[in-house]
Design a binder for this molecule. Sequence first.
Ligand code: ARG
Length: 615
Amino acid sequence: MNKTQDEFDKYRKEVDLSVNNALKGIKPGASRADFNDYLWKKLNNEIGKFVWEALGAEIGQIELAVPPAHIGGDFSLEVFSLAKKIGENPNTIAKKIAGFINEGELKQCIERAAAVGAFVNVELKKREFYRKILAEIEELGARYGESNVNAGKTAVIDFSAPNIAKPIGVGHLRSTIIGQALANIYNETGYAVVKDNHVGDWGTQFGKLIWAWQHWGKEEMLKDHPVEALKDLYVKFNAYAKDHLKAADEARELFARLEAKDPELVVLWKRFRDLSLKDFQKIYLQLGVEFDTAIGESYFSDRANEVVELCLGKKLCQKDVASEAIIVDGLDGLPSFLLRKQDGSSLYLTRDLAALKFRVDVFDPDVILYVVGSEQELNFRQMFALAEIMGYLNENVVARHIGFGMVLVDGKKMSTREGTAVGLEELMTQAIAKSKEILIQKNPAMESSDMETVSGIVGIGAIVYNDLRQSRTNNITFDWKRMLDLEGGSAVYLQYSYVRIQSILKKLNEAGGEGGAGGPRSEIAFENQIEFDVAKKLMIFPDIILKAQQADYPHYIAVYLEELATLFNSFYNEVSIIKTEDQKLRGSRIKLVEAVALVIKKGLSLLGIKVPGKM
Ligand code: ARG
């Protein structure tokens, strides 16, 4: 073997090994609960069938909604769009459907249907129905919510992707948090998921960094905060190169030598890479994030050239006569872009295209998600457009750019220059310290070892939830007061609801009596409207997860969990389980709050947030 290739090949083999391991994970996984067996889906399907028959027309899926409290019914069906499709008056149609449901012999569940304007309100046979909801949750336990809708499909999720030799920033934090949540959510609906960290470990900046290291680098710089030190060297180089053009030329040459896999430079580069990944790992550990592979851009430096040749072969790009750079001219009306620089070096987009082809060839995915800030939208549109023409993407393999907004401080983008940028380690330390303050107020008697654990869970939860509680395309801010608000809009609100339920259950167990842990569970007797409302909310959880997956919006789950917790808190204010004498009612209520706790815990875990055992 050519000696120059040795070092790089060694590294490439490491990557290949991780790819093989990831591939093993793609084998058809554990079977998932059938989505069509969920009560909510069944109810929709059943009523849908009645509606078809009533109208004598195929009208596609219908979707029942949970109406506002002042509407009597348990569920309602809005018929505007139906009416439009068939070309009839909505009120007439609503009446027709209600009549049909009432006359038809509608299975065990439905009491009656009534037309109110363009709505059909449906009232259920309550006992039977609510027994089923709770039985379903109890039966599936922590699996409740999963489904098989996407069984047999594979998703590659590209997220986090920080740049080597630079501290991981807030943008990469957002990508990490959103990507991890999407990986969980996709998996929950049946997808096999490959989580790839496409680290930025190649490009002209490494020529500069190596130049700076060769001129100014000292071993001891890499001892305590190696990534900070490397970043400083890079910054220093850029300032220096402004009036030392020779340095810039030499740096370009160095990168060209690195691209040719000069062993001396590869060893140096690999060292910077390893030091950086080790540093990133600290953040991943705190967030509980793991990757299957961290293939990185460097792996595609040679493949990028092959892809360029393929594009040239198909006449999709051409060599600029003057500069020798390779250019793709306006695809789909998009601005033209480079595939290879004048000096022959590869580019971010080209390496990305090679990575896309590699993913398609190796993982045979149905979908590839790129969780990257919205400012890169054009880059992805250009790359996807080319990938489609090249045939890498088609109706069976789709790629989606999962964009997200910025992190703002006082309404402005964080800026290192203006000193408003916060390092991630500092951010996490702050979050944990602030959580601790709140916990001390709330529960001064908590033992200090518990305090450490719980403030860690609450602090990290605050950061993650702050990101996922609203649409990812929005910008976010770090408003500690809101992020740690016990009254709502925060992870701690949900975590606290969960812990509160645990302590209720503990008290009930200590008090003994029927319904405690294993009381009568076959019959459900509710009394207050709020109990029905909570149960109904629980029922739609699997559907919410699926919708979050289909829209790539983790915040659907966050919003849902808050609504659930708010309902639970109203329940808690209205009803005292421990004072409930009627044993059946008491047992039902216990079952209900157990299910709430289970769903809160599960929902938070999908978002990548833990619940503490106490608070
Ligand atoms: N390292 C890049 C950056 O920080 C993000 C890479 C995202 N993934 C990708 N396949 N382009 O901007």
